[in-house]
Ligand binder design. Sequence first.
Ligand code: PGA
Length: 245
Amino acid sequence: MANWKMHPATRADAKKLFDATRKAAERCAKSAVVVAPPSLYLAELASRAYAGAKIPFALQNAHAEAEGSFTGEISLSQGKEAGASYVIVGHAERRAMGESNETTQAKVAAALSLNMIPILCVGEQKRTDSGEHLDFIRAQLVDGLAKAGAKIKKIVIAYEPVWAIGASSAMTPHTMHEMSIYIRKTIIETYGSVGHTIKILYGGSINASNTTAMLREGGVRGLLVGRASVDSKEFAELLYSIETL
Ligand code: PGA
């Protein structure tokens, strides 16, 4: 998953980046790429997405209500109409702007009701020896999933420790593996066996050199990639590295 955040600065550069991403994705049989561009670019990029490999799109955020007086927001259905089939919910950078577990809960439920796939992001700010971060993650998961209902199996969880986002190195695959077990256990305790099959992604300082170790040893099915996804060369290398797995 390529999370472009608020990049690139121009529409022309967005088209170039998208075309390079699509070409790299076409050469890769082992990975499925989802692009989360700034929503202003979405409709235009979606119209270019079918030239070769079909690339699905994600919204980086959306409002849970279908429409209304919410200045500056876009709705899930507006994003869906523009071409998005996924939505990132509760990214750490949104949570830092005030998004709560209550809002992620509403967004997850609204996305599922539109048959969109929510990618629920969870992750602690910091870790202490007492393990409080585990309770924090549990609350983010349990609250975020509380209104998912029968469609819960479609949800993707992205574990992104805030301290590893935009950092100089990623979390170790070993620690990610422990987190992935914890996340599954939490979902199984609350929602039963669906927890065995839910897809878990890791995000935070992933690049071409740490991708294979994380996929091999981290207990994850995919990666949420920020900076390395807006550097077309790095992202192509990252995708090619997956082919060697
Ligand atoms: P990063 O961002 O890869 O630049 O650390 C990851 C994210 O925020 O999803």
